[in-house]
Design a protein around this ligand. Structure first.
Ligand code: AMP
Ligand code: MG
Length: 350
């Protein structure tokens, strides 16, 4: 299959190009499209066969559910049986935007979408190309991130092409993703809403809106053994560049010394070392392949750059990556959650 990349600079005047991708969705095909979080790999959420193709193309484990993307609140009512007041309030405040809300699913949602669960995660993306695509297709679109399973999520059309060339007919190119990490996943099926995956809508923002929210303990710690998970995605290796990642956490001076010493040790052993640093610290390292995620006091900037930098280390062909931890506040929690997973929870605490 030949994969075509279609650049969309103005969704309104290029509605003809988007129509073509929407038609593919209607015909049961899988296409990649930009959202404000990361690029998505979309199919008609109401078509079990089309959804099945997403799992095949991506190499995604069959028990990891997909998020359904909508462009209109009426679609949400169709996908769920009952929407509690609090959920409507959050949707009113944060949609369109990077918040996925999990509720009991309706019979309309095929089991393929939810991987057998009786709940469904829904969000309304803000990216104009995503909204236009959903509008034109006239159906909700189920979509995971458009990377091959286990790889860092794609934040540009080129990242998608790297992973999906020859596997899908069309990639809509809507520029670099704004947020850069996947949506916040919020389970609203219980008494108190629980964040299963942190993202652009922060715990602080949800707390302010509702007065209460919990963060699932597995956001920053690995699962032990066979414990039941609330979000199947927590089980899997994620976001991993080709080289192993070590996340180094602690006082900034100690952290810099540790990374410098470890870099020297690895170089002595004949290894190519990647250092994932920040604007404030990058000059403290004298050797290795050094990349900055941005200003360590601007977690939004760090989130926007993280996955692109992880993919860059693949190009640089490093053998090991030493990554600086950042503060787990605001979007920083999402950044740390992705880094901890990319490192397989190999964290050095100083
Ligand atoms: P992705 O689409 O690749 O960003 O992954 C979607 C994430 O949302 C995964 O971590 C899933 O496990 C999680 N998710 C989606 N639907 C549900 C659901 N119904 N219950 C719990 N987690 C979900
Ligand atoms: Mg993903």
């Amino acid at each position: 299959m030949k994969t075509r990349v279609i650049k969309i600079t103005d969704p309104k005047s290029q509605s003809f190009d988007i129509k073509e991708a929407a038609q593919l969705i209607v015909d049961g095909e899988v296409v990649a499209f930009p959202t404000e979080t990361v690029y998505g790999l979309g199919a008609n959420a109401l078509d079990a066969g089309a959804v099945q193709k997403i799992f095949e193309v991506k190499g995604r484990p069959g028990d990891n559910p997909l998020i359904v993307h909508i462009s209109d609140i009426s679609q949400w009512h169709d996908l769920t049986d009952e929407i509690p007041e609090d959920a409507l309030l959050l949707a009113g405040k944060f949609w369109p935007g990077p918040l996925t809300i999990i509720l009991k699913k309706s019979d309309r949602v095929p089991m393929e979408v939810t991987a057998g669960l009786n709940t469904v995660g829904v969000r309304m993306p803000a990216h104009p190309v995503a909204r236009e695509l959903i509008n034109q297709a006239g159906v909700p679109i189920a979509a995971p991130s458009a990377n091959r399973s286990g790889r860092p999520s794609p934040t540009t059309a080129l990242h998608v092409l790297d992973d999906m060339d020859g596997r899908i007919p069309v990639i809509l190119d809507g520029g670099k993703a704004d947020v850069g990490v996947e949506s916040t996943v919020l389970d609203m099926t219980g008494e108190i809403p629980v964040i299963l995956r942190p993202g652009g809508i922060t715990p602080e923002m949800i707390e302010e809106a509702l007065g209460h929210v919990r963060i699932d303990p597995h956001v920053m710690s690995p699962l032990d053994g066979n414990k039941k998970v609330r979000s199947p995605g927590m089980k899997y290796i994620h976001y991993a560049p080709k080289a192993p990642v070590i996340l180094v956490r602690g006082d900034l001076d100690k952290l810099i010394s540790y990374i410098n010493e470890e870099t020297q040790r690895q170089i002595n052993a004949g290894k190519r070392v990647g250092i994932l640093a920040t604007d404030q610290t990058i000059k403290s390292y004298g050797q290795g392949e050094r990349l900055t995620m941005g200003d360590r006091h601007k977690p939004r900037e760090l989130a926007a750059n993280l996955f692109g930098r992880l993919r860059k280390f693949d190009e640089l062909d490093v053998d090991i990556i030493l990554a600086e931890a950042v503060e787990e506040k605001g979007e920083g929690l999402a950044v740390m959650n992705r880094m901890a997973r990319a490192a397989g929870f190999h964290i050095v605490d100083l």
